[in-house]
Design a protein. Sequence first.
Length: 70
Amino acid sequence: MTRKDFNLIASTIDSLIADGTLSPHDAIVVATRFEFELCKTNDRFDHGRFYDAATKSLPIREREMEEAHS
């Protein structure tokens, strides 16, 4: 797989976080599992970069959830 493929997967996961489809917990599980499997497809796979891209909306979503419960 290529960087383009990894970016597509990461942005898809992130969009599911942003629209509330994935809870923060589920988002972490999904991103981590993809990260673990994708590293097997390319020796140059960057774990941290993928995880950061896949979960960039996570802090925003968590903040929104906290504010809703306040």
